[in-house]
Write a protein that binds this ligand. Structure first.
Ligand code: ADP
Ligand code: MG
Length: 701
């Protein structure tokens, strides 16, 4: 028997169980051994009910009695029960987990671990514990027990435990995909041993080493894949990029048109970008910087240089033999993509302010551009009469052809899908510059974004003061309004963001309209208010933004359409209704709409929620102003997958590794780089190639 042996030949079980296993991709011995536990329970150290230690995690065993569910006056649901054994009894409590009453019955024997809390009256209760019903095997084992993700009715954690345990001896035969020298150098457990220990660990130390070894392997292959793609792409794309030169004169010409000096970080990032643009290898770079750090102007510089360049495409140079020494001088074009119409329009206005006087010819193309105008723009892009087009998704979808697209800038790139990035590259190989405020450390960005280079703007323009952020409970609402009114009278402007209505733009718009009416008539009858939402016609949106930008309206009531990119430096107050409905990333983006000038800015989080989790999140907003720190917080609160829209950025699902494993990420990347340095095609490492191919196939599924 070996790891490829089908389970049907070796497991004593029913065809229905086998079928259920194939649904989660488990067919062979190797597959089953690679189905790792979700977590472990420590039944090696059971504790007596009478001896639980407060404020620590304890595992206790007993029988369920008096299982009840009820609602508290504040609308929470509460499940309670008594855990009874010979040694005494303990109260169990779960908040908002009514499903527990479907899993547990009175008289069930369970083992449960969780924190013990003491009430004011001195009573012990175990709150929010995770539990498992007891089987004989578990109790006899008296050890650290693996808990597996169950599947359907048949494949339970207990069932998996029983089937996996006898297979462990075969773990030795699994092919070791990591080269021996890496295993030795990094002091990893051999694969077989790591697999045994991740299932049935002898101790928590062994478990941790097993986890580290397997995580190392996982990260190694993830990064190796990214590096290989990058190498491959470099080989394929080399020579196809348009060289975009720069000169001190051009840079000075640009600098003269902007009203400030670049920050140190903007200078460094620009230098990295300009160095890429000069090459005939198409750039693929991510520019990362917190909200308000000034990414746009860096992109504007790249666009300016592109428009000024008469690119020398090597393709053209190779066309015919006579042409070899002739360089074809084609004007270069740039495209700028933004995720919303409002942002595209703003970019268009601002870019033209700087770039038009410098001779750059640009147009705006969005979903609402009339068909006739679209055709006109299309024709001009094709003939080369335009240097720049600013647009939304519509630009990609309307299949415009370019005369010579040399640079594509994608603002808020996490809002765009992979397909859209592919569309950009379909007919040409422009330099690609992606902008994002997703604040992740460089090593992590390199891991996640695999084939992109990364530049980071890690400082804000000088003189920025962090927004003062306050949670406003219902009884302080009126006071806050009066304070806002007095600020407006001093010349300040205000955003009011209406509650997020998931999945329903119609409802969201409705609530914004209602709020606009209420605020205009009842709260601020003496002020001028504007309304902005996704269902307005483009002209109306433009008018609303323009009036606010010009200071004609003082308060802009809006839906989340203003979340990204909007830049109105005179607006200093951001009021967010039902703040609990937003995640940290979104709150931070919204708050980023103010504090863009030198004046002190404010962010008010209106919330009626009393939930612990919401409090923690909103308090984090009060105390933390850096997106980077908030991301760390988010990581702790929600786990890496959810962080700041990282999932949307195409982050892979990791089995064992965590994206917080900075050390492991670094080490495994270094190891992957070293292998590729010595063996760029991996021909001397067939076992690595084989494993990579398996991963690719799985990813395609
Ligand atoms: P983001 O990085 O969030 O896209 P923006 O590019 O919109 O930020 O820039 C935010 C604001 O900061 C804009 O009003 C911009 O004009 C201004 N800004 C950018 N760079 C500087 C700088 N070096 N000094 C002063 N203000 C700057
Ligand atoms: Mg921006």
């Amino acid at each position: 028997m070996d790891p490829h042996t089908p389970l049907s030949e070796i497991l004593a079980t029913t065809p229905r169980h086998l079928k259920s296993l194939t649904e989660i991709g488990i067919r062979t011995v190797g597959d089953l051994l690679n189905y790792f536990p979700r977590t472990h329970s420590d039944f090696s150290q059971l504790c007596k009910i009478s001896e639980v230690i407060p404020n620590e995690t304890n595992t206790v065993v007993g029988k369920i009695q008096k299982l009840r569910v009820f609602r508290t006056p504040r609308g929470k649901t509460l499940v309670t029960a008594k855990l009874v054994s010979d040694e005494g009894e303990l109260e169990l409590i779960w908040f908002n987990q009514t499903f527990i009453t479907r899993i547990l019955r009175n008289d069930d024997e369970i083992a449960i671990s969780g924190k013990i809390q003491i009430s004011r009256s001195g009573k012990h209760s175990l709150v929010g514990g995770s539990f498992e019903k007891i089987s004989d095997e578990m109790l006899h084992a008296g050890r650290i027990i693996p808990i597996y993700r169950s599947h359907g009715k048949l494949i339970s954690s207990k069932w998996l435990r029983e089937k996996i345990y006898p297979l462990l001896p075969f773990a030795k035969k699994l092919p070791q995909p990591l080269p021996f020298e890496i295993v030795a150098r990094e002091k990893l457990l051999p694969l077989g041993e790591a697999i045994r220990q991740i299932h049935f660990p002898e101790s928590f130390e062994k478990l941790e080493r097993a986890r580290e070894s397997l995580a190392f392997e996982e990260l190694f292959f993830l990064q190796l894949g990214g590096l290989l793609r990058k190498l491959d792409w470099r080989r394929g794309a080399a020579g196809s990029g348009k060289k975009i030169p720069h000169s001190p004169e051009l840079l000075a010409e640009f600098a003269a048109k902007i009203p400030f000096k670049f920050t140190r970080a903007q200078k460094i990032s620009s230098a990295e970008i300009l160095a890429d643009l000069k090459k005939d290898l198409p750039m693929n770079r991510l520019l990362e910087g917190d909200v308000g750090s000034g990414k746009t102007v860096v992109a504007a510089l790249a666009i300016f240089l592109t428009a000024k360049a008469a690119c020398q495409t090597s393709q053209a140079a190779c066309q015919t033999s006579q042409a070899i020494h002739q360089t074809s001088q084609a004007a270069c074009q740039a495209a700028l993509l933004a995720p919303t119409e409002i942002l595209a329009a703003q970019h268009f206005r601002n870019f033209l302010k700087i770039l038009h006087p410098l001779g750059v010819r640009g147009e705006l193309l969005t979903g609402s551009t009339p068909a006739k105008k679209k055709r006109e723009i299309s024709a001009k892009l094709k003939s080369g009469e335009l240097d720049l087009v600013v647009g939304t998704h519509a630009l990609l979808e309307s299949r415009v052809e370019f005369h010579n697209l040399a640079l594509a800038v994608i603002d808020e790139q996490h809002r765009f899908g992979v397909e859209q990035r592919i569309l950009i590259k379909k007919n040409s190989t422009p330099h690609i510059l992606s902008l994002t405020a997703t604040p992740i450390p460089r090593t992590l960005a390199l891991t996640i974004f695999g084939d992109q280079d990364v530049s980071i703007i890690d400082e804000l323009p000088p003189g920025r003061k962090p927004a003062i952020t306050r949670i406003i409970p219902p009884k302080k609402r009126e006071e806050a309004y009066r304070w806002i009114e007095s600020e407006v009278q001093k010349g300040r402007q205000v955003f009011v963001v209406c509650p997020l209505v998931e999945e329903s733009e119609v409802l969201e718009v409705k609530s914004a309209k209602k709020e606009f009416k209420r605020l205009s008539e009842e709260v601020f009858p003496n002020l001028k208010l504007g309304l902005l939402h996704g269902k307005l016609r483009p002209k109306e949106k433009d008018a609303a933004m323009a009036a606010f930008a010009a200071g004609e309206t003082q308060i802009l009531v809006a839906t989340t359409v203003i979340e990204v990119g909007i830049d109105i430096p005179n607006a200093t107050i951001m009021l967010i209704e039902a703040a609990e409905r937003f995640g940290l990333a979104q709150l931070h983006q919204l708050r980023g709409r103010v504090g863009r000038g030198e004046a002190q800015s404010y962010c008010f989080l209106f919330s009626e929620s009393e939930s612990e989790e919401v409090r923690t999140r909103l308090h984090a907003m009060e105390n933390i102003s850096s997106g980077f720190e908030l991301a760390k917080m988010d990581l702790k609160l929600r786990g890496p997958g959810e962080v700041f829209g990282v999932r949307q950025s195409g982050i892979p699902d990791l089995k064992v590794a965590k994206l917080t494993d900075h050390e492991l990420i670094k080490k495994s990347r270094a190891a992957a780089e070293k292998i590729l340095d010595n063996d760029p095609t991996l021909e001397n490492h067939p076992q690595i190639l084989e494993r990579l191919e398996r991963v690719e196939i799985m990813n395609e599924k």
